[in-house]
Write a protein that binds this ligand. Sequence first.
Ligand SMILES: [Zn+2]
Length: 375
Amino acid sequence: MNAFQDAEAAFSANYHEARAAFLEAASAAGAQRQHHACPARGPGGEALHTDTAWLGDPGAPKVLVVLSGTHGVEGFCGSGFQVHWLRAGLHRQLPADTAVLLVHALNPYGFAWLRRVNEDNVDLNRNYLDWRQPPPDNPGYRDIADAVLPARLDGPVAAEAEAVLARYRQQVGELAFYRALASGQFIDPQGMFYGGSGPTWSNRTLHAVMAELLGRATDVTCIDMHTGLGPYGHGDLISDHEPGTDAAQRVRRFWGDGVSESRRGQTLPLVQDGPTHFGVTRALPHARVTFGTLEFGTYERDLGRAALRADHWLHRHGDPLGPEAAPIKQALRRQFYPDTLDWKEAVLFRAHQLVRMAIAGMQGASAQRGQPVRD
Ligand SMILES: [Zn+2]
């Protein structure tokens, strides 16, 4: 017997199954649904959408927002949880003043094509800058750009690139290496972890959803679901709130001592203002915003880098629909979606726990220690 009933059934095999499961579960739960058509197409030329489901009073002052698929291929995880939450009927237990907004497949192109980036090769979690300012510099990426993404994945070219990266890593240390590689860059539109040159379609879509549905909310908690960082199956709730602020204290009160704070150096800080955290907090100045990035660990980080590099190589130098695509896509999918029962159970347990804590926290309860208090 599974720890969670129907755990397997909530997770889908591809974007289209995930979308159908989400829309059906949302409809069965009586959600208000909206559909946003993406300008990009799937591998078979098919249409792609970001969909939303609103559960609860349309005028509720308190809203919990759960985002899936910011990083395309990571959407298997967030979608599975969203579907499971809907099917479990947990919306029926919401306090009267609280609504839940589920945003499904924020980057549907990446989900459908099994990519982390979007249709513009942009890492959406580096794209939420205030674009009136010039984007930040990442001098480290400049030093290693050619080695990060060599023209070939094997042979002497690839070996030399790996040697360059190994020397750089040795020279600057682990933290500076990953900061250079992965914190975001704005100089190479075809490179890895590219933050873009303006707000992407997914960024603009999230802003449109917030403007339309969260304009009246005064208390918004947002969980943005990701995978690929940390130990296998472990769900790390990461806060980008400044230590010492009310928001940082709220994160602790809602979610307890298991939180990692990027501003305390407990996890790698990304480019200033790039992550979803900053897009959401900046867009809702009228509301009290509590934001957590939920990262589920999968396999080791260097495997992830290799899988991402191969995928970038495929879309830059190869044929994403050709015969060399299958093993590359398979490795990437596995890296960001292990597709095993134990991993799915761990995801469901932790995500349900954090959602339950967030809803209780907005009711004023200290969710960690005591029993959640309801009105
Ligand atoms: Zn991610």
